[in-house]
Design a protein around this ligand. Structure first.
Ligand SMILES: *Cc1c(COP(=O)(O)O)cnc(C)c1O
Length: 430
């Protein structure tokens, strides 16, 4: 499969090059040249296939022969090394739990898949190390650190703002060692992000082979399609049209779901639920795309006011607003509604959401208002323990710490403190 830059359709590269470079030289996001179509027969019998088989079927046409099938199968198996349960919350309302991986947030799947692809692509080039450079405000860094830990040929450098991530998050970044280095930046998340952007544009760093590991990278973005196949598999026997609600920040996850639909998965409708950062819901009302300043919320992994992947959603629909609107709805909810929902769902359904999942639940319920005979599913993107402070305070309960988190908390923090771009550059060149 070839991928073109959304800034210039004439610029085409292989899956390998798109995965290694992350973004096109003209700063465009990569997009597949054609939309593959899965066999109708496979979709009709999807429940007879294992999760690994389903995932392999979905991803193979996007990679073609660039990774041999047996190797790709191994990558998919290693990526999906934990369960993805669908839990009934209410009549016709289900949660797809994506938080059972090593860092307890859904980004584990994308990070694990991407790291193993890069490892395959670089294994013959012993002198060519790749350096993943990421800025994190919390969850991305942990998932990338865990997903790339011990993967040969790849170094990971993570910048995080000193004192502005939670204890658990800091431990997830700073205790792993090996090929993972944490840089503790004396500044804000925006300072970290500015330094990363500057490094990507710095000619003197060309020899370092820098790449990014956020959802603009196709190798992190596309494997998120798997979730929607798992949701469909679980609900197919109910024989009702399926609506999926996705708590959205950078819109990579939901965009992967919409891609899954384009290649043949029968999902009836997508709901993108956002927190107060409502650029997309406003766009769906006015057709004007006007990002405003980012607002801090309880569902902080979605505090994004200019979602990078929204251009991919527009591309999926050839920029035809009517077609988009018929399959896609977006709503925004504030922190007050989020807390009320955490409380309500816990009290009435005995189900404990995290703040992101609660926003997803709200989006699903709002869309289904007055509609009958749908199966609704919302994605639970993080384990509640990751947001224990706000949940314990609002729900007056104590969340038990899972083993994954306990073992991280026992580790010893190791980080290099930096205060300027020059110090970052010096480190990368050393
Ligand atoms: C990253 C993240 C999101 C948002 O996903 P996008 O693909 O950026 O829309 C939602 N919930 C959690 C817990 C996350 O970490």
């Amino acid at each position: 499969m070839k991928y073109y830059s959304l800034n210039n359709p004439q610029h085409n590269v292989s899956f390998k090059e798109a995965a290694i470079t992350g973004i096109a030289p003209d700063k465009g996001l990569y997009f597949p040249e054609s939309i593959p179509q899965l066999d109708a027969d496979f979709i009709e019998n999807v429940e007879n296939y294992s999760d690994t088989e389903v995932a392999l079927k979905a991803i193979t046409p996007f990679i073609g022969d660039e990774i041999p099938q047996d190797k790709l199968k191994q990558i998919v198996e290693e990526t999906l090394s934990f369960p993805f349960p669908v839990v009934k919350v209410e009549e016709d309302v289900y949660a797809l739990e994506l938080f059972h991986g090593p860092t307890m947030a859904f980004k584990d799947v994308g990070a694990r898949f991407m790291s193993r692809c890069l490892n395959y692509f670089t294994q013959d080039e012993t002198d060519k190390k790749i350096t993943i450079l990421v800025a994190t405000s919390g969850d991305t860094g942990g998932a990338v650190a865990s997903g790339f830990l011990g993967v040969e040929g790849i170094n990971v450098v993570i910048l995080y703002p000193s004192g502005k991530v939670s204890d658990v998050q800091e431990k997830q970044l700073t205790t792993l060692g090996q090929n993972i280095t944490a840089l503790e930046v004396n500044g804000t998340f925006d300072d970290c992000q500015d330094m990363v952007k500057k490094a990507f544009l710095d000619d003197e760093l060309k020899g370092v082979n820098l790449t990014s590991a956020n959802s603009i990278n196709i190798a992190r973005w596309l494997p998120q399609m798997f979730y929607y196949f798992f949701a469909y598999k679980a609900l197919k026997a109910k024989n009702k049209p399926i609506v999926v609600a996705v708590p959205s920040g950078n819109f990579g996850n939901i965009c992967a779901g919409m891609m899954a639909k384009k290649i043949g998965l029968p999902i009836a409708h997508f709901v993108a639920a956002t927190n107060a950062n409502d650029t997309v819901p406003r766009f769906m009302n006015s057709q004007e795309y006007v990002p405003s300043a980012t607002i801090e919320t309880l569902s902080n992994a979605m505090d994004v006011s200019n979602p990078s992947n929204f251009v991919r959603i527009l591309e999926l629909f050839d920029k035809q607003f009517g077609a988009l609107e018929s399959e896609f709805t977006s709503y925004s909810f504030d922190d007050k509604q989020t807390v009320e929902t955490l409380q309500k769902v816990y009290a009435e359904d005995e189900y404990l959401c995290d703040p992101h999942g609660a926003v997803g639940y709200l989006g699903l319920k709002k869309y289904l208002e007055g509609k009958k005979d749908y199966s609704g599913i919302f994605l639970e993107t993080a384990h509640p323990v990751k947001f224990a402070n706000s949940i314990e305070k609002n729900l007056k309960l104590k969340i038990e710490t899972p083993q994954q988190i306990k073992s991280v908390l026992n580790g010893t923090k190791k980080a290099i403190e930096i205060s300027s771009y020059e110090e970052l550059k010096e480190y990368l060149l050393s």
